[in-house]
Ligand binder design. Structure first.
Ligand code: ZN
Ligand code: ZN
Ligand code: FE
Length: 762
């Protein structure tokens, strides 16, 4: 019996070697037919014996190319055709292929083997790639995704490369960035003044400099990295000083998985992430005694590790023979440098040499960051390797939306139909350069997706640069979305929840409609709106934002509040050396209620407890002391201290004064700080679970979602989840960041819902 099948495969299956793979499978099984790209995937028509057709379908469901993302496979029977040949048809026209650009893919094992093989023509070649690996999004200048629309356009393939490109059985069939030493891009090494350095091969020379403790800027896939020897305290300190990055952890790249195992205690999930085609930075537990300078990641037991993801990185790491700090090539708060000129201008004072090359970066893209929580990955920074894969929306948007994101860790989002594209990590919108990057990245993504927004969403905060950007857009429909509502909505969108849900949004700060800084919120929400059921008892921020760095001020406020104005300051080491005058000043600010705005952030309570438990008066960046407190707890929550939920008002207030009192007294009594930190975490978990349970009595047992930057803390996230399950269904972020990097998705779905309801009312 012969028959036929038409098979439609949806997903990101273009630019990842999918059609050649289908071709090989069909040939192996012995079927005739054809495969072609379609707007949202590929379409196959296959003909032959029924058993072979079944075997073909089974094979399609198995062993996919590693980078393919299949959303659905549907098939119908069609009349048999007498063809024994299987062919790859040319792609449909430009308009239809607009969704086809994949994310960048880490070097595949076959390509890695070639560059290490002296007999191969690509031995030592830093730009080797194939259909299963290589640059994609970062080199895309337009659509369709074809060599002509990439920054490889001006390199003409040599006959050998062109033959590979044309051969359906070759690994490089239609590999758009295909190149070799004869025809592709080349490396160079330049000094601070942009002069070519002439001593030996560039990567060997760079490795020598790194071994000597120098800082080298390296042009990679999505921008420049700053590299230095991660085992040298001197080198790391110099990098911190010059980059003006005092304390934030730095990521470390190692040559092989075995090297990563030497530095981190890796779980199976973490190893899978490290070696995946995304190749993100993976936050893992540092091995005690790991051969890494302590300056790499102070204040935390975690270490951000990643493996080489381009041939250039493979070659550099092999030559340097040591773990390298590889951090974004920027000065504080500026976007990652992209071109050679930009790098020389901005990084000249930091790096002593620059590894450069002549393949232009079209789209800058920082490394992604992932952490495994409760045995599954949570993407903390979604950028290279993920962008521009869309997030599927359970509820399609009626009109195309642009969401401009928040202020810190900014990303934007474009949505059309049932797809939402989160853009790459833009960073903190603190500089004009960052603002320009946002505008440029949005314009580029609109062009790549051929998407013209009709609705523009932004944060409620009037002064955010992202809000200003939104206001300057020409589209008439602008929707302001409250920060924590957006957090909750982003988790709802990720999990296909229409609401209502009970949303716990925990972070440092977000603008509330009352003008106050919200930050520890329980909302009952759907996509159109929310009701604020509970919040944290506010702490006054003496001196406003300054208190976020001067955490001793928050500690003082919390202790004054907890001990009704008479805390035992003289018995807490944090305050022993604090000048009485400064303490008085802060108290005056708070008493007068001027210059001391109330803040509801969960982060502030962690800051307060961390400051007096760890004797840390200052934080170099928001969250540093909270992170140190998390590290101090040593991975386990303890018996909760007391807390109260004041339900005689709306929103209810979660009151941690009893816990602050108990923690301070335990500290004074000389109890181990680890135990106190663990109990403080336990208190937060117990109080959160309690307030959610009480809310569920009121609203019914709605699904619970956890969102906000505080849920990067795995102790808190998994503690609250375990406390509520299985009574309530708890959803946490997986592919969308819980922090402000995920907020644009929430803004987009809220804006879509709000405009649609308005339209149906009108
Ligand atoms: Zn490859
Ligand atoms: Zn070539
Ligand atoms: Fe936030």
């Amino acid at each position: 019996m012969t028959g036929g099948r038409r098979i439609e495969i949806r997903g990101t299956v273009q630019g990842v070697g999918f059609r050649p793979w289908v071709y090989r499978v069909a040939r192996a099984v012995g079927l005739g037919g054809r495969v072609r790209n379609q707007p949202e995937g590929v379409s196959i028509e296959a003909f032959g014996e029924e058993e072979k057709l079944d075997a073909f379908l089974a094979a399609l469901a198995r062993d996919l190319p590693p980078a393919a993302r299949v959303h659905s496979v549907d098939w119908v029977a069609i009349p048999a055709e007498g063809t024994a040949e299987f062919v790859i048809l040319p792609s449909a026209d430009a308009g239809e292929r607009r969704l086809s650009i994949p994310a960048d893919l880490a070097t595949c094992p076959a390509c890695a083997a070639e560059i290490a093989d002296p007999a191969n023509r690509r031995f030592g070649y830093a730009f080797t790639n194939c259909t299963e690996c290589g640059p994609r999004f970062t080199i895309a200048t337009g659509v369709p995704y074809d060599r002509a629309a990439t920054t490889m356009a001006w390199f003409t393939m040599c006959p050998a490369c062109a033959a590979e490109y044309r051969d359906p059985l070759d690994r490089r069939f239609h590999a758009q960035p295909n190149a070799c030493p004869d025809c592709g891009p080349h490396l160079g090494l330049v000094d601070r003044d942009g002069r070519r350095v002439r001593f030996g091969p560039p990567l060997a020379a760079a490795a020598d400099l790194l071994q000597a403790g120098e800082i080298v800027a390296v042009k990679g896939l999505g921008g420049f990295h700053l590299a230095c020897d991660a085992s040298s305290s001197d080198a790391v300190e110099r990098l911190r000083l010059r980059k003006r990055r005092e304390a934030k952890p730095l990521a470390v790249m190692v040559a092989r998985l075995e090297d990563a195992r030497d530095l981190g205690r890796l779980t199976r999930e973490e190893e899978a992430l490290l070696t995946s085609p995304v190749r993100p930075i993976v936050l893992c537990e540092r091995r005690p005694g790991a051969a890494i300078a302590p300056e790499v990641a102070p204040d935390t037991s975690l270490l951000g590790l990643f493996l080489p993801y381009t041939p250039l990185h493979h070659l550099l790491l092999a030559a340097a023979r040591r773990p390298l700090v590889m951090t974004s090539g920027n000065r504080s708060d500026e976007p990652i440098a992209r071109s050679e000129e930009e790098a020389l201008a901005r990084l000249g004072g930091i790096a002593s040499a620059f590894v450069v090359h002549d393949r232009e970066i079209a789209n800058r893209c920082d490394d992604s960051v992932v952490r495994v929580i409760d045995g599954a990955p949570v993407v903390l920074r979604r950028s290279r390797g993920y962008v521009p894969y869309p997030i599927r929306l359970a509820r399609p948007v009626a009109r195309p939306v642009l969401a401009c994101g928040a202020h810190f860790k900014n990303t934007f989002c474009l949505a059309r139909g049932d797809s939402a594209w989160l853009g790459q990590h833009i960073g903190d919108l603190e500089t004009p350069e960052a603002y320009d990057f946002l505008a440029e990245a949005i314009a580029r993504m609109e062009a790549l997706l051929d998407l013209e927004p009709e609705v523009v969403a932004h944060d409620l905060h009037p002064d955010y640069l992202s809000t200003r950007y939104a206001e300057a857009r020409p589209e008439p429909v602008k929707i302001a979305v409250q920060h924590h509502h957006a957090h909750i909505a982003s988790a709802m969108a990720e999990h296909g929840l229409a609401g209502p849900v009970l949303g716990l949004a925990y972070d440092g700060t977000g603008f509330g409609p009352d003008g106050a800084a919200w930050g520890g919120e329980l909302l009952v929400a759907d996509l159109a709106g929310y009701r604020r059921l509970a919040t944290f008892r506010p702490l006054p921020l003496a001196g406003g934002e300054a208190a976020i760095r001067q955490v001793w001020r928050v500690a003082l406020a919390a202790l004054d509040d907890a001990f009704s104005g008479d805390p035992p300051l003289d018995r807490l080491p944090l305050f022993r050396s604090a000048p009485a005058r400064e303490i008085r000043l802060v108290r005056e600010l708070i008493a007068r209620g001027v210059g001391a705005p109330p803040a509801h952030g969960v982060g502030r309570w962690f800051d307060a407890a961390g400051a007096f438990l760890l004797d840390r008066p200052h934080a170099h960046y928001e969250g540093q002391v909270a992170m140190a407190l998390d590290a101090a707890a040593g991975g386990a929550a303890g018996e909760p201290y007391g807390f109260a939920i004041e339900a005689d008002r709306e929103p209810w207030q979660i009151d941690l004064r009893a816990a602050i009192r108990a923690a301070a007294l335990d500290r004074i009594a000389g109890r181990p700080v680890a135990a106190i930190a663990a109990r403080f975490h336990g208190t937060l978990i117990a109080a959160s679970a309690e307030v959610v349970r009480r809310a569920a009595e009121l609203t019914g047992r709605l699904p619970v979602v956890l969102s906000g930057g505080a849920f990067q803390n795995s102790l808190l996230a998994s503690g609250i989840r375990r406390a509520l399950e299985p009574d309530l269904a708890v959803h946490v972020h997986r592919e969308v960041p819980p922090g402000d990097g995920g907020i644009a998705l929430g803004q987009a779905v809220v804006a879509a819902e709000v405009t649609e309801r308005r339209a149906s009312c009108a």
